[in-house]
Ligand binder design. Structure first.
Ligand code: HEC
Ligand code: HEC
Ligand code: HEC
Ligand code: HEC
Length: 459
């Protein structure tokens, strides 16, 4: 369940190019958010339409071409979670989840599951001729890149990126659009959602961080010079991280405002709250500690505010006054959602408006080595001070810090041997401290943050 067991390092060259490309700003302006691949009108042609050896199924990268052409090979060999997402639905865990929920259909035939565990457009939007489209391909190319009906032919005869997007290619290079896409499955959207009933039936808890998960997926693209010349955005990892947090909050607020998702009988929907607020041992009677950012007393369930705390760290560097605003909003939201003081819906709506205004600022954020150092210092100081004591916040902080430290390497602030030593030592200890929600001890995580901070001092 915890993704960072894999080595987060992607091809070094790609990392360096990200830095270069981030300086040469490019990008395609969009009017209104693009429609997610599953809900758009274009037919899905199937993975078999992409995997030809002269298309995207080359055995190795083709460095003489604008794209690597081995995207399919990377997906099938290394993006195992997405490739096997459908097959998971055939295993005993999935069958038990469905049985517990009293579902009539088997999980691999149930839209409830297929909507996230495969590319699942409506039947009429699948190219069935010659068995081209197969739902058992799992989370295939078009689940992210959009149904290829209109762009398939033009895109291999030299049409521009902007033209492809006009023809229905999903703008995965745009970090805001990418965050919405990943989160539609890794959190949920208005049509699909892992609520507490699914959790109760045995579905694993969701956690997501855009930059780290992009690295781990792993990259099957190379944001090199040519990539930017073709008009594609190549956001740095840190920008991806910040935008990912802002969009995650927006999605949580949307769920909170959505009458189909925000209730569980008499109760509010539990997945919006910190799992550990309810799920911890009864014998830990002195676990409760006041937290400044909530302003809540003991004995109430707290919202999961991990992404809010992360975004606050980014806003401190992008627009200081706005960070204070987010702190005020978050406190008000906590008081309303857990203590009935104030109108949670009104606060959520206000905050969504502000997030819409912060996103362009985050998109324009210039991340250089100095910014990276400042962010790292902030995150580690707050972590050491115990500001991220809840499991969910500690886990997000650890993912952020993993991404930040990886970028020390990308920006040349540390060399390979130093990164390797951190990965075996302090980083490994930090990740181990947040690996298991059931054995999580805040003091141990705090200690690991402190040790990492000491190691990075002066870098
Ligand atoms: C909103 C999207 C969504 C829906 C709906 C959903 N899942 Fe999942 N599921 C995920 C994601 C994302 C993960 C990976 C969680 C992680 O590790 O971060 C996952 C993980 C799982 C796993 C664990 C996989 C593993 O590799 O161990 C099982 C089993 C599973 N889901 C079964 C189901 C079943 C059965 C249903 C339908 C009843 C379902 N899921 C519905 C998104 C979803
Ligand atoms: C989970 C989502 C996801 C899946 C599944 C996926 N991709 Fe991608 N792909 C991305 C993202 C994100 C990018 C980077 C942004 C971009 O270049 O648009 C990308 C980039 C690309 C690029 C652009 C490279 C460039 O230099 O312009 C190609 C080509 C590509 N993917 C092909 C594929 C193919 C073929 C498959 C299926 C075998 C596939 N992708 C599956 C998310 C995905
Ligand atoms: C159509 C739904 C869908 C979309 C879109 C999607 N994912 Fe996933 N992703 C899944 C499911 C389902 C799993 C879990 C499958 C399993 O464990 O068998 C998963 C697993 C993963 C994992 C492995 C996590 C772990 O616990 O090891 C990573 C990394 C990941 N996704 C990254 C991304 C990124 C980055 C994006 C956006 C570019 C994205 N995903 C978009 C459905 C999706
Ligand atoms: C407001 C309190 C509350 C929150 C927050 C909460 N849960 Fe629960 N959870 C419950 C209750 C009540 C049950 C039902 C226990 C029973 O059936 O005896 C339950 C049951 C479960 C179960 C089934 C195991 C069992 O004891 O029956 C799982 C798994 C689970 N929750 C996971 C989660 C996850 C993951 C989160 C966070 C995303 C979460 N819960 C958040 C109260 C909560």
């Amino acid at each position: 369940m915890v993704p960072w067991r894999k080595n987060p390092r992607r091809a070094r060259t790609a990392g360096m190019f990200v830095v270069l490309a981030a300086i040469a700003t490019g990008g395609s302006a969009q009017a209104g958010p693009p429609v997610l691949p599953q809900y758009a009108n274009d037919k899905h042609e199937g993975v078999s339409s992409c995997d030809g050896s002269t298309c995207h199924g080359s055995a190795g990268p083709r460095n003489d071409r604008s794209v690597l052409q081995n995207e399919f090979t990377t997906w099938i060999n290394d993006d195992r979670h997405h490739t096997r997402a459908y097959k998971v639905l055939l295993n005993p865990e999935s069958i038990a989840i469905s049985r517990n929920l009293g579902r009539k259909a088997k999980p691999h035939q149930d839209d409830l599951c297929l909507d996230c565990h495969s590319d699942n457009p409506p039947a009429a939007k699948r190219r069935t001729e010659n068995g081209a489209f197969r739902v058992d391909d799992g989370v295939g190319c078009e689940a992210c890149h959009g149904g290829a009906e209109r762009w398939l032919r033009p895109h291999d005869s030299g049409s521009t990126h902007a033209k492809n997007i006009e023809l229905g290619l999903y703008p995965t290079d745009d970090p805001i659009a990418r965050a919405r896409l990943c989160l539609s499955c890794h959190f949920g959207d208005r049509k699909k959602f892992v609520n507490h009933r699914l959790m109760g039936a045995g579905h694993p808890r969701q956690s997501f961080e855009l930059a780290l998960f992009s690295i781990l997926q792993p990259y099957h693209w190379e944001p090199d010079d040519d990539y930017s010349k073709r008009g594609k955005q190549a956001p740095s990892d840190i920008k991806l991280w910040a935008i990912g947090q802002a969009v995650a909050i927006d999605e949580v607020l949307d769920a909170m405002l959505d009458p189909n998702r925000n209730r569980l009988g008499l109760f509010p929907e539990f997945v919006l709250y910190d799992c550990h607020a309810c799920h911890h041992n009864m014998d830990e009677q002195r676990r409760w500690k006041p937290r400044q950012s909530t302003g809540l007393g003991p004995g109430v369930a707290r919202l999961n505010d991990a992404s809010f705390l992360m975004l606050m760290q980014a806003l401190e560097l992008v627009a200081t006054g706005e960070a204070a605003q987010l702190r005020t909003d978050l406190r008000a939201l906590h008081q309303a959602a857990s203590d009935g003081k104030g109108d949670a819906a009104a606060i959520a709506k206000g905050l969504r408006g502000r997030i819409a205004a912060w996103l362009p600022k985050l998109s324009a954020w210039k991340v250089d080595a100095n910014v990276l150092r400042k962010l790292s210092a902030r995150l580690l100081a707050q972590a050491e001070a115990g500001e991220f004591a809840d499991y969910a916040a500690s886990e997000q902080a650890a993912m952020a810090i993993q991404t930040v430290v990886y970028n020390y390497l990308v920006f040349g602030l540390i060399d390979d041997p130093t990164y390797d030593a951190l990965e075996r030592g302090e980083l490994a200890r930090m990740l181990a401290a947040v690996e298991n929600p059931d054995t999580y001890v805040p003091a141990r995580a705090q200690q690991s943050f402190k040790q990492l901070k000491a190691k990075l001092a002066g870098r």
